[in-house]
Design a protein around this ligand. Structure first.
Ligand code: 5AD
Ligand code: SF4
Length: 481
């Protein structure tokens, strides 16, 4: 996850919108590019939603490349347009519908163009998509990407196609992802798929199916290959990484998440290891001790609390309460004193009282999150909450509570970042800073972004020691020492 705290200014500017979307949603509409080649047919892909979707688009690109497709960043040049979609909140789905209307215009100019919808919205709406959006030719769920060549060929012959089969086994372990839009330094590795948790607000278990873990050796091989190609940071991805569990078919022994992390950390001390997302009910001390043991496992945990109220947590079916969560945070700070923790927070869940909202504010203050992704509750069709509870908090109240949460988090991030002034951190250079090509940007172990003037002979992928000279709620500025 990434440090992209909203500021109060953003909140005011954006009050009618969902606040502080995860990085992946901020990168909405990111066009993913591959080195273009001489292929006859070209595809264009846009990805929305979580990091898992971005990672899946790299699997899709690999499947299509094997089928003879080249990529393009120019929609007009494409024979196939794909949109990898997100259903997590209503607004994410609205964005996809808007993009489809843009693709519709492109199709008017080029009737043979094929449009495909991938990902969570495809899974949620299934063949209804073909009825609702006439321009869509193929609908492909997250476990059916191997079928893309067949579906595309069918569409070329004028047959619309749907494959939304959810698998209990598919992990795409044998498919080597084509790194899209990559900085050549950091990459995502998907270690598991699906989710068995059934948080009452969440649509993911319905769109991504049952949880399954990927072959540990294929994960380590992918990390090794990335390292050999110059990458210096991998993020192990799953909806709930702490419940990773894979049985070695030869030894019949189970590999746990802590063991997997250790295997990846051993690829090289120069390969940084990150992971996301951790569920408070599953995050065990052995994961923390493994983190403490290896310098190259970053001291950063994304540990979504969702709410600070035990009653709301129960309604959310999170299966932990406030005290359990606090104990987990205390263990983190005890075992890894300089660990940064970030969170996801939902404002205005069904029946939430003002006192319960205050409990959310107080846990944010107590946990001292380095940053949070903050949302107001958006009812999703088919979820447990939609079936059982009334979405009874008025929108203005949800938004006001969310604003209070964002303002508090911003001030905590500012205070915490101020404490970093004068400290020196090991930073992995990711590339040029957004604002100036005379500065580099890179992260410290705690996942905080640092900006610092370039020095000769340094390049992305190098490690440097940077002393922090000033800070804001979102970034640290410094100089190489
Ligand atoms: N409404 C608002 N936020 C949600 N999230 C998941 N479902 C919903 C919903 N229905 C948030 C949770 C989760 C993050 C990925 O998105 O905080 O951790
Ligand atoms: Fe959704 Fe909960 Fe699973 Fe996360 S852990 S994907 S919030 S059901």
């Amino acid at each position: 996850m990434y440090n992209d705290n909203p500021t109060i200014k953003d909140v005011k500017k954006d009050l009618n919108l969902e606040l502080n979307k995860p990085l992946s949603e901020k990168r909405q509409g990111e066009v993913l590019d591959l080195p273009s080649d001489t292929a006859q047919k070209k595809f264009y892909i846009e990805s929305y939603g979580c990091q898992m979707n971005f990672s899946d688009s790299e699997i899709v690109a690999s499947v299509l490349a094997k089928d003879g497709f080249g990529s393009t960043r120019n929609m007009e040049e494409a024979d196939l347009i794909l949109i990898n979609t997100c259903s997590i909140r209503e607004k994410a789905e609205d964005t996809v519908r808007k993009r489809l209307s843009v693709f519709n215009k492109a199709k008017k100019n080029k009737p043979e163009l094929i449009v495909g919808v991938l990902g969570c919205m495809a899974e949620r709406l299934k063949k209804k998509f073909l009825e609702e959006e006439k321009i869509v030719d193929i609908v492909v769920g997250p476990d059916a990407y191997r079928d893309l060549p067949v579906l595309v060929a069918g569409a070329e012959d004028g047959n619309k196609g749907v494959n939304v089969f959810l698998s209990r086994e598919e992990t795409y372990a044998d498919i080597s992802p084509l790194r899209l839009g990559s900085n050549g330094v950091s990459a995502f590795i998907s270690i598991m798929r699906g989710c068995d948790n059934m948080c009452s607000f969440c649509v993911v278990p319905f769109t991504r199916g049952r949880e399954r873990s990927r072959d540990a050796f294929s994960i380590v091989a992918e990390a090794q290959d990335l390292f050999d190609r110059g990458y210096r940071e991998v993020t192990l991805l799953g909806q709930n990484v702490d419940s990773y569990k894979w049985e070695n078919p030869e030894s019949k022994k189970n590999v746990s998440f802590a063991e997997l992390m250790e295997m990846v950390a051993l690829v090289s001390p120069d390969l940084r290891v990150r992971f996301s997302t951790s569920h408070p009910k599953d995050m065990t001390d052995d994961v923390l001790y493994t983190m403490a043991k290896y310098e190259n496992i970053c001291n950063y945990i994304h540990l979504p609390v969702q709410s600070g109220s035990s009653r709301i947590l129960k309604l959310m079916n999170r299966t932990y309460d406030r005290d359990w969560y606090k104990e987990r945070v205390e263990s983190i700070y005890r075992i890894i004193p300089d660990c940064a923790i970030s969170s996801d927070i939902i404002a205005g869940f069904c029946t939430e009282t003002e006192e319960e909202h205050q409990e959310t504010l107080s846990i944010i203050k107590w946990a001292k999150y380095s940053m949070s992704y903050m949302f107001f509750y958006s009812e999703r069709p088919g979820t447990l909450a939609a079936k059982k509870y009334d979405d009874d908090i008025p929108l203005e109240v949800k938004k006001r509570r969310l604003t209070e949460i964002v303002e508090l988090q911003t001030s905590i991030s500012r205070d915490e970042n101020m404490k970093d002034i004068g400290k020196t951190f090991r930073v992995l250079i990711e590339g040029d800073s957004k604002k100036s090509s005379s500065d580099f940007k890179g992260r410290n172990s705690q996942n905080k972004m640092l900006i610092f003037p370039k020095m000769p002979n340094l390049k992305p992928g190098d490690y440097v020691e940077v002393k922090v000279l000033s800070s804001t709620s979102a970034t640290l500025k410094g100089e190489i020492v």
